[in-house]
Design a protein around this ligand. Structure first.
Ligand code: 13P
Length: 252
């Protein structure tokens, strides 16, 4: 069975000192959630080391928000997968829509990063999702399919269990407008069907697909109850301990 996985994406928020305070409270708030839900937080690069220390011995894993595809070299300002692994990072969010829209990331580029992350011994959280115009134009499933195919190029059924995908409709991110559980389930089930075509049903059944986009304490339970929604990628609400811990505990 797929274990529910809730990850907080802090985006460009929290200094290392602020992170330490938040994490101390979060540790306490979710310490009783053991087997049912896997939990991670993705702070900015500058807070990763402090975060890893603050979470030692806890049930919360450390994720990063991005990395570079190359192992090392003349890439000023970039961070490699090995550097993250060395700090205790377990997951790397790749292809977030903010990176696609604001920093020109492509499926091809994300694919290279996925290879780098897996090679370094971490697991990718690969984000896909349509814009409002694409949804209104009836293109949602085509757009998401192309993103999944592009980002997963070169992998086979044997890699399936190492993937986490996140469906994040762009129009739902930071807008307070969540996809309905039906809209989300439709896309999640479509993605799982596509993974089945690519890798076969057994492997497709192991891939966890998170939903992201205005997940809050009051809508998490319904989203997480859907058959193909295996967790949440949480932005704004992950910055508040009460909200994030309520989401973590929402899985019935
Ligand atoms: P919000 O939860 O703030 O809408 O952000 C979602 C997101 O982008 C998580 O990666």
């Amino acid at each position: 069975m797929r274990r529910c996985f809730v990850c907080g994406n802090w985006k460009m928020n929290k200094t290392a000192s602020e992170a330490a305070t938040l994490l101390r409270d979060l540790r306490g708030a979710v310490s009783m959630v053991r087997d049912r839900v896997e939990i991670a937080v993705a702070p900015p690069f500058t807070a990763i080391e402090r975060t890893a220390k603050a979470l030692e011995g806890s049930n919360i894993a450390v994720a990063a928000q991005n990395c570079h595809a190359e192992a090392s070299g003349a890439f000023t300002g970039e961070i490699s997968a090995d550097m993250l692994k060395d700090l205790g990072v377990s997951y790397v969010i790749l292809g977030h829509s903010e990176r696609r829209q604001l920093f020109g990331e492509t499926d091809d580029g994300v694919n290279k990063k996925v290879h780098a992350v897996l090679k370094a011994g971490m697991l990718p959280i690969v984000c896909v999702g349509e814009t409002l115009a694409e949804r209104e134009g009836g293109k949602t499933l085509d757009v998401v399919s192309a993103q999944v195919r592009g980002c997963l190029k070169g992998f086979s059924a044997a890699d399936g269990a190492r993937f986490v995908l996140a469906y994040e409709p762009v129009w739902a991110i930071g807008t307070g407008k969540t996809a309905t559980s039906r809209q989300a389930q439709e896309v999640h089930s479509h993605i799982r069907g596509l993974l089945g075509e690519l890798w076969g049903g057994e492997s497709a059944g192991q891939v966890r697909i998170q939903y992201g986009g205005s997940v809050k304490a009051d809508n998490a339970a319904e989203l997480l109850a859907q058959a193909d929604i295996d967790g949440a990628l949480v932005g704004g609400a992950s910055l508040k301990v009460a909200d994030f811990s309520a989401i973590v505990k929402a899985k019935g």
